[in-house]
Design a protein around this ligand. Structure first.
Ligand SMILES: C=C(O[C@@H]1C=C(C(=O)O)C=C[C@H]1O)C(=O)O
Length: 368
């Protein structure tokens, strides 16, 4: 297991849910100051201040970030709020400048995470430093690519690591700017134990309405913090105006969230223990039933081999799918869940039968 350092031990005074807020882009020193003063006035000081300096935009012509000129403005944040600052880096030159201006935490954006060459270049530029790095998920829901990017930083000695779930590009989805995929951070946390995942509802939702719902879901799923774009005058923001909120709105949003205990229960009481024992028992029964089903599937496989039938039988499969899905819906199991479950079982069935056919043809060939 790869060892890494969690945010509470980054030496930046971070504890509890990682609340990161600040504008999409640094625009002017006045803008940075106004946001800081408004955060102060609202008593809404985040744990970390974010500000985009370099902005990867879909098409040229829109504001692509103020660039190097904006880095000294981060002193304004230090002066007023005295909290760590994070910005996005997309190449080695960005890294060099961010380090020169004492940025505390770097993040890698979704458009960079997709490209192993770019991630490697950034990682090489960080070799020998121990600055914390947060890696946003790639644009496409590819868990290995996300983990791979974290591994590239780990391999050059960056141990202070976290991930950010900002949703996935889906041009068919109308509800979200970037559709959330809640199983992805859970799989990431399962594969890399203790990896914190911050949620970025601003980029998931793409507008102000619905931020709370998405942020609450992230907390319910056990994510470790929130990165929310905050601007003193969101409508006038130079980038992502539709999704930014005021410090006052951020305060209200955070107050409305029901934060959960992510660390689980240290000493579960009798009630939870009994319920979990019941689940253990049922899972055993489910596994026994699955084992039995696959043993019958293999008997059908043997029959197919004797009668020269193909493994996949579309009429039978359609009947199995439709009848079980209907029954599942009646039992309140949900159509999507039923379909995914049945696809998964069917895939295993046909794999097993195909293996039987393959083995039969190998033994036939060796007898010939
Ligand atoms: C078991 C069979 O083989 C395949 C697997 C099925 C299943 O898992 O239920 C259904 C149809 C076939 O595609 C069969 O033909 O009955």
């Amino acid at each position: 297991m790869k060892t890494h350092v969690q945010s509470k031990d980054w030496g930046l005074g971070l504890a509890g849910p990682l609340i990161i807020a600040g504008p999409c882009s640094a625009e002017t020193p006045e803008q940075i100051e106004k946001i800081c003063l408004e955060m102060k006035a609202q008593e809404m000081i985040p744990k970390v201040f974010r500000a985009g300096i370099w902005k990867p935009r879909t098409r040229p012509g829109s504001f692509e970030g103020i660039g190097e000129e904006g880095l000294p403005w981060m002193e304004i944040v230090r002066h007023h709020l005295n909290i760590p600052i994070t910005t996005e880096v997309g190449n080695a030159a960005h890294v060099e400048l961010a380090l020169k201006h004492n940025i505390d935490i770097l993040w890698v954006g979704a458009r960079t995470t997709v490209n192993p060459f770019a991630v490697q270049e950034i990682a090489e530029a960080l070799r020998g430093t121990d600055i914390p790095v947060m890696v946003k998920n790639p644009m496409n829901p590819d868990l290995q690519l996300w983990i791979g990017a974290l591994e590239r930083f780990h391999a050059v000695g960056i141990t202070k690591l976290a991930a950010i779930h900002r949703g996935f590009s889906d041009s068919y989805d109308k509800k979200f700017r970037n559709k959330p995929n809640w199983s992805m951070p859970i799989h990431l946390k399962r594969e890399w134990k203790g990896m914190e995942v911050v949620n970025d509802p601003s980029h998931i939702v793409g507008k102000r309405e619905g931020l709370l719902e998405t942020a609450q879901r992230a907390i319910n799923f056990g994510l470790d913090g929130l990165m929310i774009e905050t601007h003193h005058n969101p409508d006038k923001a130079w980038s992502d105006a539709a999704q930014q909120i005021t410090p006052a709105a951020l305060k209200a949003l955070l107050a409305a969230i029901d934060f959960k205990e992510t660390n689980g229960v240290e000493n579960p009481d009798e009630r939870l223990n009994d319920l979990r024992k019941a689940v253990d028992h049922m899972d055993d029964q489910l596994l026994d039933l699955l084992q039995e089903r696959f043993s019958i599937i293999e008997q059908i496989g043997a029959y197919k081999r004797e009668h020269n039938l193909t493994v996949f039988q579309s009429d039978r499969w359609k009947y199995v799918m439709d009848s079980r899905t209907q029954k599942g819906i009646e039992k309140n199991l949900g159509e999507k869940f039923m379909k995914e479950l049945l696809y998964c079982i069917h895939e295993e069935s046909v794999k097993r039968q195909e293996k039987q056919l393959r083995e039969a043809s190998v033994s036939k060939a060796s007898q010939a």
